[in-house]
Design a binder for this molecule. Structure first.
Ligand code: FES
Length: 250
């Protein structure tokens, strides 16, 4: 069992001032997940009649993208290719001090404590992250031959879970890795090519309107992405953008 000191960001509302508050987590099992450890801390706070720490989670299996904590300054914590719900306390040592903060970006306002509003991502997807043609049933779809390497690259891009860690890690709070994963996934496949020009323009325009920054090729996004989406997607998105400008179909 471990005893840890936690410095956790507490902020009552979007407009309230926030600050780091110290908590002690006792009897932490190395087999607990990071979120289970926070659950135990919250049980203690509730027993004392104090306000529980607000944080997001859903699947706790690394597939939904809901969990979103900056742990010791790293989005999703110290393990590469891992969401914070899959981070385990065995990664830490007895006596450690752990700082826990929310994603920080203008386009992701804090709702409460460690919970941020990521609806800006939903609006980017609504702007263009879909195909609107009728592709028919599964059998029809399977009659369209697609090269295996194209399918695999598209599916690797589709692995993005939209958690927003890329934004949180970027000094420009850029959403380029997220957008480029969606754009790559769709524009590589024949069904997605039809709207490719309109899509890239609409998604980039929406990201600008939401207040996300631009990309300066730091690669911090790739380093923290729990699905290890490569920044080669951003290069593909840039090519799609210039192609759309050249073709003028948007
Ligand atoms: S809670 Fe679903 S990915 Fe972490």
């Amino acid at each position: 069992m471990m005893r840890l000191t936690l410095k956790i960001w507490r902020q009552a509302s979007t407009t309230a001032a926030g600050r780091l508050v110290d908590y002690t987590a006792d009897r932490v099992s190395p087999d607990m997940s990071f979120l289970e450890m926070l659950d135990v801390v919250n049980e203690g706070l509730i027993k004392k009649g104090e306000d529980a720490i607000a944080f997001d989670s859903d699947c706790r299996e690394g597939i939904c993208g809901t969990c979103s904590l900056v742990v010791n300054g790293i989005a999703h914590g110290p393990d590469r290719g891992t969401t914070v719900c899959q981070l385990h306390m065995r990664r830490f040592k007895d006596g450690d001090t752990i700082t826990v903060e929310p994603w920080r970006a203008k386009a992701f306002p804090v709702v409460k404590d460690l919970v941020v509003d990521r609806s800006a991502f939903d609006r980017i997807v609504t702007a263009g992250g879909y195909i609107s043609i009728n592709v028919g049933g599964a059998q029809d779809g399977n009659t369209i031959p697609i090269a295996k390497d194209v399918v695999e690259t598209a599916m690797d891009s589709a692995a993005c879970i939209g958690c927003g860690a890329c934004v949180a890690a970027c000094k420009n709070a850029s959403a380029h890795l997220f957008m480029s994963a969606k754009i790559s996934h769709l524009s590589l496949l024949p069904q997605g090519k039809i709207e490719r020009h309109r899509r890239v323009m609409a998604m980039i325009n929406q990201a600008d309107a939401e207040g996300f920054g631009s990309c300066s090729n730091e690669g911090e996004c790739e380093a923290v992405c729990p699905k290890e989406i490569p920044i080669s997607n951003i290069a593909r998105m840039t090519r799609e953008y210039f192609r759309a400008m050249f073709v003028g179909e948007y």
